[in-house]
Design a protein around this ligand. Structure first.
Ligand code: ZN
Length: 327
């Protein structure tokens, strides 16, 4: 490392801060069922239909706001024959979606009308509508002022009521104090409060920015459908991403090499509480291979898989993004 690089690295490490969540990735079973819930019920946009680059017989589906902005992207690997997972320590326990401040009642009525069971719960003085998706993934809706409104309207959800993106996440850790120290000391979040059972951390972005760590050291969960696989944090560009990698390594974690995920670059490391963390770059985003008005319409493959397109398409179950009837 040259002196100049070393200086840049140490300047970065002294003030490294992620803007917040980039995306969250989970295991499910069926692409149609998943689309019917995340587009049909929650009103998100399918912004990319591609494959798991490590297992090309499995879709990788990305849902988010109109462009799949960082901080709005929930992604799925639908794998029909996967075992049922169990939610527990070492996972994102609950994924938090944020809606405009005026939209809480709209969502309460909508979930009831669509037959989605929910419970109302309170933390840090905020009300949450908590539900499970058809595979058992836990989600919740909170209403807040901060964060730009989505411009996407679908299936009976007008843009001014739509999910803006992630409010944040509730982390279930096998070592919650270590997870909290990592969020503060490495990821650059600020501890902002404690409530019964939770410690709250905040990042500087206005979406995907509020992380509640469950204070109980939880028994490990097991991966499988109905569980989150990893949570990704934002790096603003490739230069910062390289700095993040060194920073994570010098903080005692073992980051993977940087890998090309087509729509962002990624690195991964497992934290002491068992949660798989990723750091992902904001660019290039989902418009790199489809026009913004046609995102998610075609199966997109990275060029190294294009020669196998016929074979890959035969292995994937077709599905459609559709509005639910009766709305
Ligand atoms: Zn990821």
């Amino acid at each position: 490392m040259t002196n100049q690089n070393a200086q840049g690295q140490s300047a970065f490490e002294s003030q490294a801060q992620t803007a917040g969540i980039h995306h969250i990735t989970a295991f499910v079973r069926d692409p149609q069922v998943t689309s019917d819930f995340y587009a049909g019920v929650l009103g998100l946009r399918l912004v990319k239909k591609t494959i798991n680059f490590d297992a090309p017989e499995v879709y990788h589906l990305y849902f988010g706001d109109q462009t799949g902005s960082p901080g709005t992207i929930i992604t799925f690997f639908p794998w029909k024959d996967s075992r049922k997972g169990s939610i527990g320590g070492g996972q994102v326990g609950i994924t938090t979606y944020v809606v405009p401040a005026s939209a809480y009642e709209f969502w309460k009525v909508r979930l009831a009308k669509l037959g989605v069971e929910f419970q109302e719960s309170e933390r840090f003085g905020e009300r949450y509508l908590q539900f499970a998706d058809p595979d058992g993934l836990r989600g919740e809706i909170v209403a807040r002022e901060e964060g730009a409104n989505s411009e996407w309207s679908f299936g009976g959800v007008p843009a001014d009521k739509a999910i803006k993106g992630f409010g944040g996440a509730v982390l279930f850790s096998t070592a919650p104090e270590s997870t909290g120290r990592l969020l503060e000391n490495v990821m650059g979040l600020t501890k902002v409060g404690e409530d019964v059972g939770y410690v709250r951390y905040r990042s500087f972005g206005d979406l995907g920015n509020i992380i509640d760590v469950n204070r109980a050291a939880m028994a490990p969960g097991h991966g499988g459908h109905g569980t989150v696989h990893h949570i990704a944090w934002r790096a603003k560009d490739d230069a910062e991403h390289a700095l993040w990698r060194s920073h994570v390594a010098s903080s005692g974690y073992q980051p993977t090499p940087i890998v090309d995920r087509q729509y962002f670059n990624a690195l991964y490391f497992r934290e002491e509480g068992g949660i798989l963390f990723e750091i992902a770059t904001d660019p290039p985003g989902f418009a790199r291979d489809e026009e913004p008005e046609h995102l998610g319409e075609k199966l997109m493959l990275p060029e190294w898989y294009e020669q196998h397109r016929g074979e890959i398409e035969r292995l994937l179950t077709p599905f459609e993004v559709r509005a639910l009837e009766g709305i």
